[in-house]
Design a protein around this ligand. Structure first.
Ligand SMILES: *[C@@H]1O[C@H](CO)[C@@H](O)[C@H](O)[C@H]1NC(C)=O
Ligand SMILES: *[C@@H]1O[C@H](CO)[C@@H](O)[C@H](O)[C@H]1NC(C)=O
Ligand SMILES: *[C@@H]1O[C@H](CO)[C@@H](O)[C@H](O)[C@H]1NC(C)=O
Ligand SMILES: *[C@@H]1O[C@H](CO)[C@@H](O)[C@H](O)[C@H]1NC(C)=O
Ligand SMILES: *[C@@H]1O[C@H](CO)[C@@H](O)[C@H](O)[C@H]1NC(C)=O
Ligand SMILES: *[C@@H]1O[C@H](CO)[C@@H](O)[C@H](O)[C@H]1NC(C)=O
Ligand SMILES: *[C@@H]1O[C@H](CO)[C@@H](O)[C@H](O)[C@H]1NC(C)=O
Ligand SMILES: *[C@@H]1O[C@H](CO)[C@@H](O)[C@H](O)[C@H]1NC(C)=O
Length: 536
């Protein structure tokens, strides 16, 4: 209520000032704020007219083309003594196009920011947009490997850059972004939001856990909460495959997934190509050994090595004592994209491809650009998993369930995760949310988590993904409209209402194209809950 009145007051102030106050997009109109441990290096400000780019909203599937005009402010600063240079971009729409709000956007993979890919739509929908490169190169093309920045020399990780990426740049972005906004419009943003998917979702989670008060609303999609665990652990299937020395073609990997969906799709009552009832799906890839599948018109048989590799992706690694390991992917997630990514040449020889998972071990654990994955034993792999937890948990993990400061600051957070995520096992997010609810059974007053059955990483898949989670977040923050469910739709437009955890979406009968055929129900008591696993 207080907030709504402030909004009205600010809108009025803005209106009154419009005549007298002319924002100037010139570097001399911006100054670097007081911020412990930082020093400004440069500020530039250049007006950009009719900039056209294709851009995505966080968790959106369809890119749209926007033409935007804005003041492009670029702020570069350092942490004195460290030799780093962190760059922040703030894109300021004209006062008449500004909706009074600020939206920071995160990156993904090893990149802290994707620049225009997310920023353009934010400006196009009226927000001040900002992102930070955290001191290393931005862009989707650098998301797969930290090769350009991880090491200061052989055997030595650049811990300043890891720390910037892990948390500090998130807070610095908020403070500097708000100062730049105020300099330009002569008023603070009425509300500030931070949205991100994957690695960006982890940045958002970090904001809630360490810098409560920086943002009013947070949207964390498929958050990389335990990045130090699931990235190296995700390499387990490839490790098993290389250890067996048999590389299955992509079509065999995909055929295993189809077989699992055939076996488990109907367990939830709805035959929709989605495995919703994960606890009931005890399908084992070994059941398929020797059976036929079709690969580009040729009939082949499922192999034992293929089954062992696929099963490794589904169960995840676990050390003999059960203390080191991580979750696997659900059985309707695509495996050939990332966990078992292979390529075959015309002579039939297949090889493992993809860098996202292996580059973590190469740069952050082996710390050796010439590291040879094929020489790693299963034992060394488990040692690396343990090392990763020891070295990076305190700087990168966004898994602190104590969100009391965020609650006190009055923040609101929406997080959702596709259950068919092919990169980040959703069970990690489920395990985190169980801990949040255990610590504060009333946490749904300020953080809500929704499972999206059948949805892939950030977007994609057969399931229904949220249509506009940010709009629901804005209504929650600004109007107090509680998002009891998240409005979602699949790619053919079939609507669903995603359930707030720990409720679970269940099919209650009726047509699959009607949202009313599904309801939110408590989890079955016998469902294996993720937190029963010892390593979380
Ligand atoms: C912006 O800077 C220019 C000088 O570069 C100055 O003339 C102008 O008054 C400043 N505008 C504001 C709004 O501070
Ligand atoms: C931007 O595009 C609009 C509409 O096409 C045009 O009227 C305007 O002159 C353009 N502005 C600049 C600075 O090019
Ligand atoms: C904004 O300014 C920065 C710094 O000069 C520049 O690198 C970037 O390309 C500019 N962005 C656009 C969209 O022009
Ligand atoms: C089918 O063949 C094409 C070209 O020969 C190849 O690119 C593709 O990977 C194959 N598909 C599968 C599923 O192996
Ligand atoms: C993930 O959690 C579900 C229950 O929510 C469970 O059935 C499944 O076995 C878990 N998967 C892994 C790989 O731990
Ligand atoms: C098959 O082709 C790959 C790449 O084209 C080559 O490296 C490999 O030696 C070939 N294998 C055989 C058995 O000819
Ligand atoms: C808040 O509620 C009012 C009245 O129902 C509505 O007009 C407005 O669009 C809502 N604003 C948001 C951000 O949801
Ligand atoms: C779990 O419990 C439900 C009823 O609560 C029952 O219908 C179902 O068969 C049980 N599943 C397993 C695997 O025990």
């Amino acid at each position: 209520m207080l907030k709504s009145l402030t909004l009205v007051a600010l809108a009025f102030a803005q209106h009154v000032q419009a005549a007298a106050y002319t924002p100037a997009c010139s570097a001399s109109n911006f100054s670097f704020p007081e911020l412990d441990g930082t020093a400004s290096m440069s500020i530039t400000a250049v007006p950009i007219y009719n900039y056209t780019a294709t851009s995505l909203s966080i968790g959106g599937i369809l890119g749209s083309t926007y033409t935007i005009s804005f003041c492009n402010v670029s702020v570069t600063y350092t942490h004195p003594g460290s030799g780093d240079a962190v760059n922040l971009q703030v894109w300021l729409p004209s006062p008449s196009s500004w909706n009074g709000r600020l939206q920071a956007v995160g990156g993904g993979g090893y990149s802290a920011s994707f620049g225009s890919l997310y920023m353009t739509q934010a400006v196009g929908t009226g927000y001040v947009a900002l992102d930070t490169d955290a001191g290393h190169i931005r862009g989707t093309e650098h998301a797969q490997s930290p090769d350009t920045w991880a090491l200061i020399g052989p055997g030595n990780v650049n811990m300043q850059l890891v720390d910037n990426w892990g948390s500090t740049s998130v807070h610095e972005m908020a403070i500097i972004g708000k100062a730049v906004t105020e300099s330009y419009y002569g008023t603070n943003p009425s509300y500030s939001y931070f949205t991100g998917c994957s690695g960006g979702g982890r940045q958002v989670m970090m904001s809630a856990q360490r810098y409560a008060g920086d943002f009013d609303g947070l949207l964390a999609v498929a958050p990389a909460i335990n990045i130090e665990n699931f990235i190296p652990a995700g390499y387990w299937a490839t490790q098993v495959m290389l250890d067996l020395g048999v590389i299955p073609p992509p079509c065999e990997v995909e055929a295993f997934t189809k077989a699992a969906i055939n076996a488990c799709d109907a367990l939830d009552g709805a035959e929709d190509g989605i495995i919703s009832s994960l606890a009931l799906c005890d399908f084992d890839a070994h059941q398929m050994i020797g059976q036929d599948f079709s690969c580009n018109g040729t009939t082949l048989q499922f192999t034992e090595a293929g089954a062992a590799t696929v099963q490794a992706a589904w169960t995840g690694p676990s050390s003999a004592d059960g203390k080191v390991g991580w979750f696997g992917l659900n059985k309707d997630a695509s495996l050939s994209t990332s966990y078992i990514s292979t390529e075959c040449s015309s002579n039939g020889t297949c090889t493992a491809v993809g860098q996202l998972l292996s580059s973590w071990i190469q740069y952050f654990l082996a710390k050796d650009p010439s590291w040879d994955a094929s020489t790693m034993t299963n034992e060394l792999f488990m040692d690396y998993l343990q090392q990763s937890e020891q070295d990076y948990d305190s700087v990168l993990a966004a898994d602190n369930p104590d969100l009391s400061a965020f609650r006190v600051a009055g923040g609101k957070m929406i997080t959702w995760h596709g259950l068919a995520d092919e990169t980040i096992p959703p069970n990690g997010t489920i395990a985190y949310m169980e801990k949040v609810l255990e610590m504060n059974p009333d946490s749904s007053e300020f953080i809500r988590f929704y499972e999206a059955p059948g949805v892939g990483h950030c977007y994609g898949g057969a399931g229904a993904a949220p249509v506009d989670a940010l709009a629901q977040l804005v209504s929650w923050v600004e109007n107090g409209t509680v998002p009891e469910t998240l409005a979602a739709a699949d790619t053919s437009g079939r609507p669903r209402e995603l359930c707030a955890f720990p409720l679970q979406q269940v099919y209650v009968g009726g047509a699959l194209d009607s949202a009313d055929s599904f309801a939110c129900r408590p989890r079955a008591e016998n469902g294996t809950l993720a937190s029963e696993t010892s390593f979380v």
